[in-house]
Structures are given as structure tokens and as C-alpha cells.
Design a protein. Structure first.
Length: 210
């Protein structure tokens, strides 16, 4: 029997909105929506949008950013890609292309309002959402444009303590472009990462608590 989540996932993977009815410039290549979801997932990772390598592979975070993110979380590839426990739902499901300097463009504007209100109610067991980068943080936290990413990430403890479900954990994007930011903010590795690893382990390795 096909579930509501299965049907919606099929819709998303068949989506051609940014080709057939774009908001602004038409996507310059064939869409290839990338996501991984299940009704049992307890942890959800929300990134920006697929890059060139992920567009080619169809698997999220199969790039140096993914390796750094898994290092931050202190998880294996097997744990990271276990859809029974971990959902991966980027802000834009398709690679948005690159600008003249070779940097990835922002997530497509069509994607989030079209799919996120329908998708997240079908992930009922998600307890924690990792908000990776400013696009994810603005959408899920309702932040105004211009709020500094460092300010949001530095407030991770207060976000975790907020009542309600799911809880949110803000992170910078694990791109090499943020290496200088990480060097200027040693608290990220010394204070935030231990909290992140504790929360992740609690959700994807519940047997360790016994």
C-alpha cells in the first residue's frame, strides 16, 4: 500500500516547476530533485540545495561539504544515509546552477513554498532539525533577511531550549568557503560540536542510552 509520504515523494521527484512555470529565470538544465525521507526519521538535515556533484549522483552531501558535516556530527556514512532515522530535506531540491564566478546560486524560489508545508507534516517523528546555512535558518526560524548567520548559530542553546517540536539546531554551511569563519570562532568546535554530537547520537543511536 502506497503511503501519503511515498506519493508526495514521487511528486517531488517528478517536479518540473522551475522549467514549466518558473519564478524568474528558467532553470538552465533538467531538474533532478534530491531528498531522503521516511516516516520513522527522528533527525532531519536541512541544507541549501544540491551542488554539481550531488546533481550528478542524486545522493545528498556526496561532496567535501558532506564529509565535513559528517565529521561535525561524528557519524558514519552508513548512519548518515540511514533513512529510517535521518531525513535530508534541502531548501531547494534541485541544483540551481552557478553564477559567473562559479558559486552555486541560491535555492530556487519555487521549491520551499510549494513542497515544505506538505512534506513536514508527513515526518511526524522528527525531533531535531539541523538548519545548515542561512537559507534554512531564515525559512524555519522566520528570521528577517540580514540577520547574521554567526549570531543565529551562537544562539544554539536557546533554540534547543525552546518549547515545541521539532527543535532546531543552527549550523554554518560546511563548505570550504566557511573555513575562515570557523577559524575566527573557536567556540564552534569547543562548545557547539559536543552538544551537536550528543543530540545526534541520542536520536540515531538510542541503544547507546541503555
Amino acid at each position: 500500500m502506497t503511503s501519503s509520504l511515498d506519493r508526495l515523494t514521487h511528486e517531488i521527484r517528478s517536479c518540473r516547476r522551475c522549467i514549466e512555470a518558473p519564478e524568474g529565470a528558467r532553470l538552465a538544465h533538467a531538474p533532478r530533485p534530491v531528498l531522503r525521507v521516511s516516516r520513522t526519521a527522528r533527525l532531519c538535515i536541512v541544507g541549501q540545495a544540491p551542488g554539481t556533484r550531488v546533481h550528478a549522483s542524486g545522493v545528498p552531501f556526496t561532496d567535501p561539504s558532506g564529509r565535513r558535516l559528517r565529521s561535525w556530527m561524528e557519524v558514519t556514512e552508513e548512519e548518515f544515509y540511514d533513512t529510517r532515522r535521518v531525513a535530508i530535506v534541502p531548501m531547494g531540491f534541485c541544483f540551481p546552477g552557478q553564477d559567473a564566478r562559479g558559486a552555486d546560486l541560491p535555492p530556487r524560489r519555487e521549491c520551499a513554498p510549494l513542497w515544505r508545508p506538505r512534506l513536514f507534516p508527513l515526518l511526524p517523528h522528527v525531533d531535531l532539525v539541523l538548519l545548515v546555512g542561512s537559507y534554512a535558518q531564515r525559512w524555519h526560524l522566520g528570521l528577517r533577511s540580514g540577520v547574521a548567520l554567526g549570531e543565529t548559530v551562537r544562539g544554539w542553546r536557546s533554540l534547543l531550549a525552546r518549547p515545541g517540536q521539532p527543535r532546531y539546531f543552527p549550523l554554518p554551511h560546511p563548505s570550504w568557503r566557511n573555513t575562515a569563519w570557523l577559524a575566527r570562532n573557536p567556540w564552534f568546535e569547543a562548545e557547539l560540536l559536543p552538544d551537536l554530537r550528543h543530540e545526534v547520537a541520542r536520536l540515531i543511536r538510542p541503544q547507546d542510552e541503555k
